[in-house]
Design a protein. Structure first.
Length: 232
C-alpha cells in the first residue's frame, strides 16, 4: 500500500513538472551558453559615505552619489573575450579607463580584473552633475573603438579633444545600434565569497570586497551597459 501511494505521488509530481514546463517554458529552458556567446562576471560597486562609517552599494543606472563616494568595477570572463570601460565626466570629457595604454582588451578566461587595479578606487570629485560609465564586452576585438581611444589619450588641444570625444561616443552608439537585434543578455546574481579590502595601513577601515556584488552575464557575442550616475 505504501509503495502504491508513492507511485501515485511520483506520477503526480512528474505530471506537474510537465505542465509547468509547458506553461513556463523559459524557466525550464536550456541555460548552457551557445558557441558564440560571451559569459562573464561583473560587479560595479560604490562605497558611500566616510570610510569606516559608510555603506557598500551596487551601482545601477541612475544611481545617486555624492562628492567623496568611491567606485570600483570588477569583471572576470568565463571565456576569453574583450572588455572596455570608458568614463564620461559631468563636463563632457571622455576618459578610456580600460584597457590602458599598455594593456590588451583581450582577457583570458578566469582572469580577475579590477578597475582601478589593486586597492585603488575612483573617487568623485567636486564637480557635480551627470556622469556615465560605459561597460562593453565583446567576443571580437573592437578595432575602431580601440583606435579612437588610443588617439584620444594623446591629444592636448581642446578642440581636438572635443571632436575626439564626439567620435568615441558616436562609435559606442553605432556599436549598440549594430547589435540591437541580438537577443537580450541574461543576468543572474552569483554568490562569491567576499572579504574586506581597501587601505592596508594600520588602523584604516576596510572596505567590502566588490566581488560580493557579482552578476553573471550571458550574451550573444556583444554586451553593453551604460551606468548613469547623478553626482550631487
Amino acid at each position: 500500500m505504501r509503495t502504491h501511494t508513492r507511485s501515485i505521488l511520483g506520477a503526480a509530481i512528474a505530471e506537474l513538472v510537465i505542465l509547468l514546463s509547458i506553461a513556463f517554458p523559459a524557466a525550464f529552458a536550456q541555460t548552457a551558453p551557445a558557441k558564440g556567446d560571451i559569459v562573464f562576471l561583473y560587479a560595479f560597486g560604490a562605497y558611500v559615505g566616510p570610510q569606516g562609517n559608510g555603506k557598500f552599494v551596487a551601482v545601477q543606472n541612475e544611481t545617486n552619489l555624492r562628492t567623496g563616494d568611491r567606485l570600483k568595477l570588477y569583471f572576470e570572463p568565463r571565456k576569453d573575450q574583450h572588455f572596455y570601460l570608458l568614463y564620461l565626466s559631468s563636463q563632457g570629457e571622455v576618459a578610456p579607463l580600460f584597457p590602458g595604454p599598455a594593456q590588451s582588451s583581450r582577457i583570458a578566461r578566469g582572469t580577475k580584473v579590477f578597475v582601478p587595479a589593486d586597492s585603488g578606487w575612483f573617487e568623485l570629485d567636486a564637480h557635480p552633475g551627470e556622469e556615465k560609465f560605459y561597460l562593453i564586452a565583446a567576443a571580437d576585438r573592437l578595432d575602431r573603438l580601440e583606435e579612437l581611444c588610443a588617439r584620444h589619450t594623446g591629444l592636448k588641444d581642446k578642440a581636438e579633444i572635443s571632436a575626439s570625444t564626439d567620435s568615441i561616443l558616436e562609435e559606442i552608439k553605432q556599436l549598440k545600434q549594430k547589435h540591437k537585434q541580438l537577443s537580450a543578455p541574461a543576468e543572474k546574481p552569483v554568490r562569491i565569497g567576499g572579504s574586506l579590502r581597501g587601505d592596508q595601513r594600520p588602523g584604516a577601515a576596510a572596505i567590502p570586497d566588490i566581488t560580493s556584488l557579482a552578476v553573471e552575464v550571458t550574451a550573444p557575442g556583444f554586451f553593453s551597459r551604460t551606468f548613469s550616475i547623478e553626482h550631487r
